[in-house]
Each structure stands twice: as structure tokens, then as C-alpha cells.
Ligand binder design. Structure first.
Ligand code: HEM
Ligand code: HEM
Ligand SMILES: [Fe+2]
Length: 465
């Protein structure tokens, strides 16, 4: 069933991604509980440690997902075997081992001691949100990414050059380039924050959108049979809009860090346009599915593709827009509204696009065109359980955020931070409850890979769309 033997390297990447995803959610639940029961697992797992583990696992498993996606789609698009499957295997183990050691380091050694042990003083890069990794881990990530880019780059350049492959490669190159700013850690706090966003913002609101667009286009070509030329035109429009709005849109993080005033205007105006490419992605996905030329037996993959487009627009587009204008952000900055947006955007865009390609590719990697009917039904249950509970997590955090902004910021008589936190405790309990349902959805998802038999055809969303 696999068109090229070397595509099979995608499988361990996808399995590792799912495994780390489970870990990410467990630590999310630990923190969610610590929000309402401060001593939970103290001193074994302090909140700040759980937070690093939660967010770093997220980033690492998404990177595993992107790499797996590249190893799957690049050979098929280039119409040739991967340049070096051996290298891909070696990098897999290096990345997994470095990742596991880093997480163990966070959990077993106090952070300051970890910094000392890993000789952070030689090139200090630790201690910043999302970039907590020891410098040697950061170097390891850079080495893995360079080896990976070499491998797929040579494959792409030697083979058929499709728009999907070139956009994917450009996105991944951008990912590598902006990673370099993780090594830049100036003493000046304004500069530190300024360039920190070149990793964080220019990843998720820049180059990752290219990766996402390419993955979505690939799956849509496969499951709808719509002409490649049509899909490529959409992809061009999406990535152009993403880059035009997203690059200068970085300014929506420069409002209050001591950067020049003009960023209030530039950041507000350009980031206000950032929802457009996400909206176009939604229209694109539904349009292609409506114009489909074939009924692909993998209905679950079609559901994931449409779901990604909708949820990315909601999480990034709508919840991003809510707080992106400077006069609004003045009140909302760094509140639970930010966390609400962070959760739904990361889930809707990047978690779901990785699960989309896994849904499409995994059955093929296991020698079938699509999973059996019963397994697909179970997988679709997991889609709804995870997606609906993420909507609730977002709504509860938004509720908490609005009250927090109201009592602590948008008032002439602001209450102290902790006083407000106690008043909005109910929302944190509800968030934890929704998180538990999310975990159940994830368990159902993992279980779906083991469901056997059932030749029954699955009625998919495509029939309704
Ligand atoms: C998939 C794409 C996106 C992802 C994954 C994402 C993720 C995040 C995360 C995690 C944060 C919190 C960062 C921190 O720790 O301070 C954040 C902040 C922010 N995001 Fe997004 N975002 C995305 C797209 C957008 C878009 C399209 C907009 C605007 C329309 C937007 C507007 C903002 C703003 C204004 C902040 C700062 C919030 C504050 O001041 O506290 N984001 N985003
Ligand atoms: C795929 C699902 C999830 C994704 C993509 C995700 C993503 C994130 C991100 C990006 C942050 C940093 C947010 C920021 O700085 O604004 C974060 C923090 C956090 N997450 Fe999650 N998360 C997920 C699931 C969960 C679940 C199920 C729970 C627990 C019920 C949870 C609890 C938390 C908590 C408590 C924080 C810390 C917030 C803070 O510092 O105040 N997450 N998560
Ligand atoms: Fe941003």
C-alpha cells in the first residue's frame, strides 16, 4: 500500500508523538488540580516544573508530528525514496533520547542545579518560557533539525518539485532559522523579550502556518481527488496572507515591553489581519470536500481535516482577535484570556493538523487504505470528545479571564491578584473537569488504533458537508 518504502519511517515518529501527547495532558491535569488544590503533589512536582513539562512536551511532540508528516508526504510528492532512511532513524532516537533526558532533568533535578550541571553559564539560554531547555538540549534540537532538513531537502531537490513540498520545506527551513533566536539571550530585558517572540510568535503565526497549510493541502488532495492545481492556488493565497499579516503582526507583543510606541499601531493593524488566512483555510477545506471527486474510505481523516480548519480559525483567529488590539490588550494582557487563546489555538491548529495527517497516514503505514469501520467510529468519538472538551476548557478560561480583567484591571478599585483568583475558583474546577474529559477522549483515540474488524461503511461528515 505504501508508495515508497522509506515513508515507513514516519510511523515511529507518529507513535512517539502520540506517546508524548499523553504525557503532556497528564501534566496539564496535575497543574489544573494545583490551581485549586495548591499543595497537590508538593514538593514532588512543583507547579513551575509541571508547566515546563506540559508546554515542552507539547512543542516536542508537535515537532515529532511535523517530522513524521514530512517523512510521509515528501517522498510521495517528490516521487522518489527518502534520501537517507538511516539518518532519519538515527535522528529519531537522538531526538527521543534528548527529549526524555530533558524531561527527566526537569523532574528530578532542581532547575538551578540543572542549569549548573548542563553548563548553562557557558552560553546562558535557560529560564525563559517555552525555551527552558538546557543549552545542550537546544543544540541537540538544532542538530536534529539540520540533519532532518538535509535529508528531506536533498529528496525534494532531486525529485518532482510540487508546491506542497516546497511550502513544507520553506516552513521547516523557517522553523530552523527562527530557532536560532533561542540561543540569543541578551542581558537587556526589552531586547530579550523582543527576540524571544521571534521564536514563539514567528513560529506559530508565521512559518508553522506554512507547514500546516502544506499538510492540509496534501491530505485534501488525497482524500478529495480535487485537481492539484486548484489546491495549489489556495495554498499560495493562504501562505501569502499568513506571512503578510503575521510578520509585522509580531508587534502585538511589543505593546508593553518597552519597544517603540509605533508598534501599538503596526501591531494592532497587522495582527488584526491574521485571522484572514485562518478563515481562508476554513473556506478552502470545506470547498475542496464539497467539490470532491471521490469518496475516500477514510472518513475519519476528512473529519479531522475539516475540524482543524474550523478550530484553528476559532482558536487563533477569533480568540486571537479578541485581545490583539492595543487598547484591549492593555486590560487583557497576561490574563486567563491569554491562556484560553493559547489552548484553543495550539489545539485547533497544530495538534489537530498533526492528528489529521496521522489519521490519513497511519492506516496506510499499517498496510490498509483506511482503518476498519469500527475503528473509524471510535476515532471519530475521540475527535468529538477531545474537541468539545477543548471548547469547554476555552470557555471556562475565558469566563475566568473576563472576571479577572473586570475585577483586577478594568475598574477604579482593583482587587489584589490572589483575591480575584479565589473568586474565580469555580472556573478552575470546571476547567479541570473538562480536562478529564479531554484525557478520556485521548485514551479513546489511542484505543482506536487497536479496534479490529467491522467492515461496515462509515457515514462521514463529507456526506453532510
Ligand atoms: C495557531 C496560531 C496561534 C497560536 C498557537 C497562538 C498561541 C499563543 C500563545 C501560547 C500565547 C501566550 C504566549 C505567552 O506565553 O505569553 C499567545 C499570545 C497572544 N496571541 Fe496568539 N496564537 C496564535 C495565533 C494568534 C493570532 C492569529 C492572533 C491575533 C489575531 C493572536 C494574538 C495573540 C495575542 C495578542 C497574544 C498576547 C496575549 C497577551 O498579551 O497576554 N494569536 N498566543
Ligand atoms: C492538547 C491540549 C492542550 C494544549 C495544546 C495545551 C497547551 C498549553 C499552552 C500553550 C500553555 C501555555 C499557555 C500560556 O502561556 O498562555 C498551557 C498551559 C497550561 N495548561 Fe495546557 N494544553 C492542553 C491541555 C491541557 C489540559 C487538559 C489541562 C488541564 C485541565 C491543561 C492545563 C494547563 C495549565 C493549568 C496551564 C498553565 C497556565 C498558567 O500558567 O496559568 N492543559 N497549555
Ligand atoms: Fe503573536
Amino acid at each position: 500500500m505504501l508508495q515508497y518504502k522509506s515513508q515507513s519511517i514516519a510511523k515511529p515518529y507518529f507513535i512517539a508523538a502520540i506517546g508524548l501527547f499523553v504525557g503532556q495532558i497528564l501534566f496539564g491535569l496535575v497543574m489544573g488540580l494545583q490551581y485549586v488544590w495548591g499543595d497537590f503533589l508538593f514538593p514532588e512536582i512543583p507547579f513551575n516544573v509541571a508547566r515546563m513539562v506540559h508546554t515542552n512536551l507539547l512543542i516536542v511532540w508537535l515537532l515529532f508530528g511535523f517530522m513524521g508528516a514530512a517523512y510521509f508526504l515528501v517522498p510521495e510528492e517528490a516521487e522518489r525514496e527518502l534520501h537517507s532512511p538511516m539518518l532519519a532513524w538515527a535522528l529519531f532516537w537522538i531526538f527521543l533520547l534528548a527529549g526524555a533526558l530533558t524531561i527527566l532533568g526537569y523532574l528530578l533535578v532542581p532547575y538551578a542545579q540543572l542549569a549548573e550541571l548542563t553548563m548553562n553559564d557557558l552560553l546562558p539560554t535557560m529560564g525563559r518560557e517555552f525555551l527552558e531547555q538546557p543549552t545542550i538540549t537546544k543544540l541537540g534540537i538544532a542538530v536534529v533539525v539540520v540533519g532532518f532538513l538535509y535529508n528531506i531537502g536533498v529528496t525534494i531537490l532531486a525529485g518532482r518539485k510540487t508546491v506542497v513540498n516546497l511550502v513544507m520545506l520553506t516552513g521547516l527551513l523557517g522553523l530552523a532559522v527562527f530557532w536560532l533566536f533561542a540561543f540569543y539571550n541578551p542581558e537587556n530585558l526589552v531586547k530579550d523579550k523582543y527576540y524571544w517572540w521571534w521564536v514563539v510568535h514567528l513560529w506559530v503565526e508565521g512559518v508553522w502556518e506554512l507547514i500546516m497549510g502544506a499538510m492540509l493541502a496534501f491530505v485534501l488532495i488525497k482524500v478529495t481527488g480535487v485537481d492539484r492545481e486548484v489546491i495549489e492556488k489556495w495554498l499560495y493565497v493562504i501562505i501569502a496572507l499568513a506571512l503578510i499579516s503575521g510578520i509585522i503582526g509580531t508587534g502585538h507583543h511589543y505593546f508593553w515591553i518597552g519597544a517603540p510606541d509605533y508598534w501599538q499601531w503596526w501591531g494592532s493593524v497587522f495582527s488584526a489581519m491574521e485571522p484572514i488566512p485562518f478563515f481562508v483555510m476554513t473556506v478552502f477545506a470545506f470547498n475542496m470536500v464539497n467539490r470532491r471527486r471521490r469518496e475516500h474510505p477514510n472518513r475519519a481523516a476528512v473529519l479531522w481535516a475539516l475540524g482543524t480548519a474550523v478550530m484553528a480559525f476559532l482558536g487563533a483567529g477569533v480568540w486571537g482577535f479578541l485581545h490583539t488590539l492595543a487598547p484591549v490588550n492593555y486590560y487583557t494582557h497576561g490574563t486567563q484570556l491569554t491562556a484560553a487563546h493559547g489552548h484553543m489555538s495550539f489545539y485547533g491548529a497544530y495538534v489537530m493538523i498533526v492528528l489529521t495527517i496521522i489519521s490519513y497516514a497511519m492506516p496506510i503505514l499499517r498496510g490498509q487504505e483506511a482503518a476498519n469501520g469500527r475503528a473509524q467510529v471510535v476515532e471519530m468519538w475521540s475527535f468529538w470528545l477531545m474537541t468539545v472538551s477543548m471548547v469547554f476548557i476555552t470557555l471556562f478560561l475565558t469566563g475566568a479571564g473576563v472576571l479577572q480583567i473586570w475585577m483586577q484591571r478594568y475598574t477604579d478599585t482593583p482587587s489584589p491578584f490572589m483575591v480575584v483568583q479565589e473568586k474565580i475558583e469555580m472556573f478552575y474546577w470546571l476547567r479541570e473537569l473538562a480536562g478529564l474529559v479531554f484525557l478520556i477522549g485521548l485514551i479513546v483515540y489511542v484505543f482506536s488504533f487497536f479496534v479490529k474488524g467491522g467492515e461496515r461503511q462509515v457515514a462521514g461528515v463529507a456526506d453532510m458537508a
